[in-house]
Ligand binder design. Structure first.
Ligand code: ADP
Ligand code: MG
Length: 240
């Protein structure tokens, strides 16, 4: 599904990712852990094609195709979805309007009507325990941290990506909300053979969204690869 080879990335002339090799198979969950500032979010931004992150070496293949020359929206239309660590607010644009636009951009002949989409969104919102009132506001406008994170998952449910990147979706969530979100994602993985890159500091989310593998990043490099036991060890002993 995803193959990152010898990837080097600069931001403002400074090298922040140093020869990253990482791959995720179809239906596989890979957890990426690592201390603050190690480059996890930078890797997520690079995969989705944020132009601030300059790739100086290596490549990123998605379903066998090098995606580095593609723009972010092209990558998104191919099925890559990034749930942001810090979701942005878009005042004046509701989630419904945004999703309808996104679906119409993705599928030339969209069969879903605005009304059908409204019902689907309401249905998904209910599963996530998100109140209907939020759906009428501008996207993320005045949302709590937890509501923003749930909104990222709601969008994922509708857009049905092939590769989901969750950047610290668990930060700022209470325990119940975390369980709701993680179970929701685990269900999607099972149903659609979706691949997931889950970036986290904590082992807790991995109890629901069980990783096939765990990679640890430090100072722009992958320094360890292993199974779920790596996450348990880090939880106990920290990164030192
Ligand atoms: P993590 O997500 O693992 O905490 P980041 O990828 O956010 O780490 O950051 C890795 C390093 O790159 C940090 O030193 C950070 O300051 C730097 N960095 C990331 N994005 C930017 C940016 N847009 N501008 C300047 N520096 C950045
Ligand atoms: Mg980060």
């Amino acid at each position: 599904m995803l193959k990152i080879s010898n990837l080097k990335v600069n931001i403002e002339e400074k090298e922040i990712l140093k020869k990253i090799n990482l791959s995720i198979k179809e239906g596989e969950v890979l957890a990426l852990m690592g201390p603050n500032g190690s480059g996890k979010s930078s890797l997520a931004s690079t995969i989705i094609g944020n132009p601030k992150y300059e790739v100086t070496k290596g490549k990123i293949d998605f379903e066998g195709e090098n995606i580095l020359s593609m723009t972010s929206d092209q990558r998104a239309n191919k099925g890559i979805y990034l749930a942001f660590q810090y979701p942005v607010a878009i005042p004046g644009v509701t989630v419904r309007e945004m999703l309808l636009t996104a679906l119409r951009a993705k599928y030339k002949e969209i069969k879903i009507s605005a009304l059908e989409l409204k019902r689907t969104i309401e249905n998904e919102a209910e599963k996530l325990h998100l109140s209907n009132e939020l759906l009428n506001r501008g996207l993320n406008e005045g949302f709590s941290g937890g509501e923003k994170k749930k909104m990222e998952i709601l969008q994922m449910r509708i857009l049905k990506p092939r590769l989901l990147i969750l950047d610290e979706i668990d930060s700022g969530l209470d325990i119940d909300a975390l369980a709701t979100i993680a179970k929701n994602v685990a269900e999607m993985v099972k149903e659609n053979k979706m691949s997931v890159l889950v970036i986290t500091h904590y082992q807790r989310i991995l109890n629901y969204l069980i990783p096939d593998r765990v990679a640890v990043m430090k100072d722009g490099r992958i320094v360890e690869n292993g199974g779920k036991e790596v996450a348990n060890r880090l939880e106990k002993h920290g990164y030192k």
